[in-house]
Structure formats: C-alpha cells, structure tokens
Design a protein around this ligand. Structure first.
Ligand code: IMP
Ligand code: MG
Length: 179
C-alpha cells in the first residue's frame, strides 16, 4: 500500500502536533460549555479519535454520515444524509469535525441542517483545508492545515474506500488513478 504514495504531506508526528494545537484551542474556547463533537463519517474517524483526547473539557460525541462523493476524486455537488445524529443538539455548543474542506458543498448542507435544530453555537473543525477549491460560501473556524489543490489520502481519507488506514497523509502516484 505504501508504495502507491508519491509524497507524504503530513507525517504521523505532524498530525499529532496539529491535534494537540487544535485541542488546546478548543479546550480554551469551550470551558464550562456543553460541547458536542460531531464526526462526519467515515473520513473524520481517526482525526476525531486523536483530537478529542486533546480536548480537556466535558464533551459528548455523535456521528453523521453523508455522501457527496461517489468513489472518484471529483465532487458531484450532491449531498445525501445516510445516518443522522442519535441525540438532540438543541441548546448545545456543537463542533463539526471533518477530515477535509474542499468545495464546501458537504459542510454547507450539514451546517444548514444542524443550525435549523436550534443549537446554541456551531463551528467547524477541519483537519485539512483546500481553500482554492471552494465553491460554497463557508469557512472553518479551526483549521489543522491548509493544503494545495491536490487529492490526498490516508488517516481516514480515501480513494475509492482504499488508503483510509494509512497512519499519515499523502498524495498518490499518477499511475494509481489510471488503474
Ligand atoms: P466538499 O463537499 O467538496 O468540501 O468535499 C468534502 C468531502 O470530499 C470530504 O469530506 C472528503 O470525503 C472528500 N474529499 C475532498 N477532497 C478530498 C481529497 O483530497 N481526498 C479524499 N477525499 C476528499
Ligand atoms: Mg468525508
């Protein structure tokens, strides 16, 4: 699997440093508030597991599964809710945890939906941000790292469901796409 990678963008150490940094910010910003962390399946699972260990305040976790991609590398602009939250978020301070913010289509739909549920506050935490690809009018308050417009895999991020289990994030060799 590792031989399919062209370049490592974020090493395991880089990712842990980002999680410590974001965790400290969230700890400071959410003291004494009923925080709910919502992981967007499946890509955010590893990031969520590492990040919440670095948030030193009371919190609950929940998950939502939406689909906007259909196995390829280009977004179709469609978002479908596959799994909704298991608890009410009314009156809660909510952060959405996402692996990557690209066009923003996915997070735009999710934030509109969650805001309609009368949350006290709603912010976005994304491990990666590709600002050059943005189409929807949406930004994340907490960003791990801005990256150039390149397709990346690993640490939860997939290409056709593969490579999510890589412990680091990198780009694929061009020949992998032509297989
Ligand atoms: P957006 O709706 O275009 O912002 O896309 C967000 C979703 O697209 C993410 O949650 C990922 O699942 C997927 N995605 C966007 N860019 C990449 C990438 O470089 N690698 C893997 N998945 C990506
Ligand atoms: Mg995703």
């Amino acid at each position: 699997m590792h031989e399919d990678l062209k370049e490592v963008l974020l090493s395991e150490d880089d990712i842990q440093e980002i999680c410590r940094d974001l965790g400290a910010k969230l700890t400071a910003d959410y003291q004494g508030k009923p925080l709910v962390c919502i992981g967007i399946l499946k890509g955010s699972v590893m990031f969520m597991a590492d990040l919440i260990k670095r948030i030193d305040t009371h919190l609950a976790i929940d998950f939502m599964d939406v689909s906007s991609y259909h196995g390829g590398t280009e977004s179709t602009g469609e978002v479908k809710i596959l799994k909704d939250l298991s608890s009410s978020i009314e009156g809660k301070d909510v952060v959405i945890l996402e692996d990557i913010l690209e066009t923003g289509t996915t997070l735009k739909s999710i934030t509109e939906l969650l805001e309609s549920r009368r949350v006290n506050s709603l912010e976005i935490v994304t491990l990666l941000d590709k600002p050059n690809r943005r189409k929807a009018n949406i930004e994340a308050k907490y960003v791990g790292k801005k990256i150039p417009d390149e397709f990346v895999v690993g640490y939860g991020l997939d290409y056709g469901e593969h490579y999510r289990n890589l412990p680091y994030i990198g780009t694929l060799k061009p020949e992998v796409y032509s297989k």
